[in-house]
Each structure stands twice: as C-alpha cells, then as structure tokens.
Design a protein around this ligand. Structure first.
Ligand SMILES: [Zn+2]
Ligand SMILES: [Zn+2]
Length: 200
C-alpha cells in the first residue's frame, strides 16, 4: 500500500500516520526545499529560438515580444495583432502574416487563445519548487514577493497571496514565505510571476 496521500502537501514526508509537529509546520517541508545542487532550469538557449520580433522564453515555453517583453498568446492572429501595434507598427498584409507564422512556429504547443486556461498551466509550472530561475536581466528587476508553502505559487503582493490561501487552502494563515520574484506582463498587465535568485 502506498504511503502517499494524493494531493496532501506533506505526502512525500512519510506514511499517512505521520503528523507534522507544530514547529515543523512553520517550515517549508524539507522534501520540497529547493536545493541549489539540483539542476536548475536555464534559458541560455533562448537566443537560438527567435525571430526578428519575438523569442521564446524556454522555462515557460512562452513567446514574448523582443521590444516590449510582453508575453503574447501562441496564436498567429494574436502575434499578427501585436506586430501591427505600437512595437512594430507594421501594416496589415503578407509581411505580417509571414512574420506571425514564423513566430508561431517557434513553439510546438497548441494555440492558447484562451489565455486564462494557459495562465493556469503557467501558474502550475511556476509553482514547482525547483523552478527558481536566475534573475532575468532584460525584465523589470526582481522585487521581494511571497510564495505559498503549500503549493509553491509565488505572488508579488501579500494581500493577493492571502486571498490565495483563503480561497485554495481553507484560510490557512501561516504557510507562506518570502522570495524574490519577477513578472511577465501581457497586454500591459501583470500575467505571470515566478521566483528568481540573484545572479552570481
Ligand atoms: Zn511588443
Ligand atoms: Zn497555495
């Protein structure tokens, strides 16, 4: 019989009879503490996957505009719309269509016109305990933020994290920690926040 209780935050720590002592509950479960010796995801290859206007940010498999660094849906229509916007101000026509198809071909993922669903997937990826990236030099600088000790989700704002604890974790109050975060924006609004560490 397996020891793990599926979905329980302490499932990796022992048999179902194991109960965390109150002191331990204030800490990040040791099996999920991000370790620097673990292989960290990198994005050094991002330059290999780019077009004149867009590039791929490998850790999240997202396409971003090389000018404004906004994330765009992996959908050639949305990419074409961005090409005609303030960043590149291209006129509608074959050049836009060609560039949009090129950019779309950077990623082998389904169209994500539904950015809300896509956001859920990206949140899940950003929540992995080993997903702590080196600070990304070309995004807005890292700032201090918060993350949930139960599921790993990072947020810039403590009120927003509290709301997450209330909604997802039944109002659990103490299970959060501090972390450095950076954020991808989309259409000018904050879209995806992820944990980073300082370089060097
Ligand atoms: Zn742009
Ligand atoms: Zn959580």
């Amino acid at each position: 019989m397996p020891f793990a209780m599926p979905g329980h935050p302490f499932e990796e720590m022992g048999p179902p009879t194991w109960k965390p002592a109150p002191r331990v509950r204030q800490q990040y479960p040791s099996s999920r503490i991000p370790s620097n010796t673990k292989k960290q995801p990198t994005y050094t290859k991002k330059r290999l996957k780019e077009t004149p206007y867009f590039a791929v940010f490998e850790p999240f498999e997202i396409i971003y505009c090389q000018k404004c660094k906004d994330l765009v849906p992996t959908d050639s229509i949305a990419i074409g719309t961005h090409l005609q916007g303030p960043c590149y101000a291209m006129s509608p026509g074959p050049a836009v269509e060609k560039a949009a198809l090129q950019a779309r071909a950077l990623l082998d993922t389904p169209d994500d016109k539904n950015m809300i669903r896509r956001r859920g997937e990206l949140y899940a990826r950003a929540s992995r305990s080993d997903m702590i990236l080196p600070e990304v030099a070309w995004l807005r600088p890292a700032t201090s933020g918060y993350f949930c000790l139960l599921c790993g989700q990072p947020r810039r704002n403590r009120t927003v994290l509290r709301e997450h604890m209330r909604r997802v974790h039944d109002g659990e109050k103490d299970m959060w920690g501090t972390t450095l975060v950076q954020t991808f924006r989309s259409a000018g609004a904050e879209f995806l926040t992820f944990r980073v560490r300082r370089r060097g």
